[in-house]
Design a protein around this ligand. Sequence first.
Ligand code: PMP
Length: 402
Amino acid sequence: MPGKPFVYLDHAATSWPKAQGVAEAMSTFLAHEAGNPGRGGHALAQAAQRVMDEARAGLAKLINAESPDRMVLTYGCTDAINLAIHGVVSCARCSTGNPAGVVISSVEHNAVGRPAETHRCEGTAEVRLAQCDSEGFVTPEAVLEQCDEHTSLVCVTHSSNVLGTIQPIAEIGKSLRSQFPNTLFLIDAAQTVGVLPIDVRAMGVDLMAIGVHKGLRGPTGIGALYVGPRAYPDDGEPRIACCRQGGTGVLSRDLTMPPGLPSALEAGTPNTVGAAGVVAALKKTSLGSIDDERRLLFRVIERFQNDSRVTFFGPRDPNRRTAVLSMNIDGHDPRELATLLDSSFGLATRAGLLCSPLCHESIGTFPDGVLRISLGPQSTEEVVDAFCDALGAVLSATATTR
Ligand code: PMP
């Protein structure tokens, strides 16, 4: 838009701009290498297979998965969560004949809340909520309180897209394994992969849903589900069923899905163009500290902390949050405020429920939600000051019209 300023403060929705080289890698792949992987021995098919293998291996390394084969490539983080929840519920029901026990935290995104609610409505799962505290933290105790010997799956988001709260995943994982060794632990890492260090083995995680278009600054339309050995043993019965079936390019004479990972859970022609983007994005990923982004967000808090009309949400300790800051301004509907910030100041923010109604019910901001700003590695002091100045102007205008 010529002449109009554009200040991007919505990195938690998706990164912008993408990592350097992502767009070029995708268009080069599409022009020269876009065969169908695993579906032929010719040069194009092999080139596409190489890109898929490279994406899988790079993602596996990033989260310390046991092997690249444990990274099931999906069409995004939501898709990965769906595979995990439907797959585990289906297996648990088959083996017990009863509804599966599922525990989710009270800050979950609809990517978790809706699949869980679908099972609750259909009577295929009994779903319980592990309640967060006022800063959005879900403690191991809050999770364990909701579990019993019938709990097949616990799901906790690594960091809330509303509050930025970084959950104590390793502590929850450790307590779960010691007290409920048959329960699988699923993490929604939409907001943290490429942002925080992740080690699925050290964290006691069995399933991890990953998107690549936020912290990794890769393309949309591709993600991955890490499937650990307790969920899908090398030898022994899988505890996650395949909820989509189709061609895999291997063992085609069978009408059942191949038994080994990743093919057991992947069906159909994959997003190879996206995989080329993932490979390029991974080359630019350096899990540096996010202290700079945190410091910038605290600049906003410091500027308005003495103004009683502004309420900030999330952890007070900057080291326990990602670069997401939600707030409410007395007398302003968050969505109208976001529209005003966009149209009058060129500020791209996000407002409303942010697809996380459960979280808003927990912190008392349902049904209007909040105004959220979220930063990325390229965010600068100027960008944050532009937001502060605009908010200051809105507050002054409100004061004079009252
Ligand atoms: N979980 C969380 C916490 C998220 O923030 C998002 C994206 N807003 C998702 C899941 C879903 O990610 P996607 O839309 O990329 O599938």
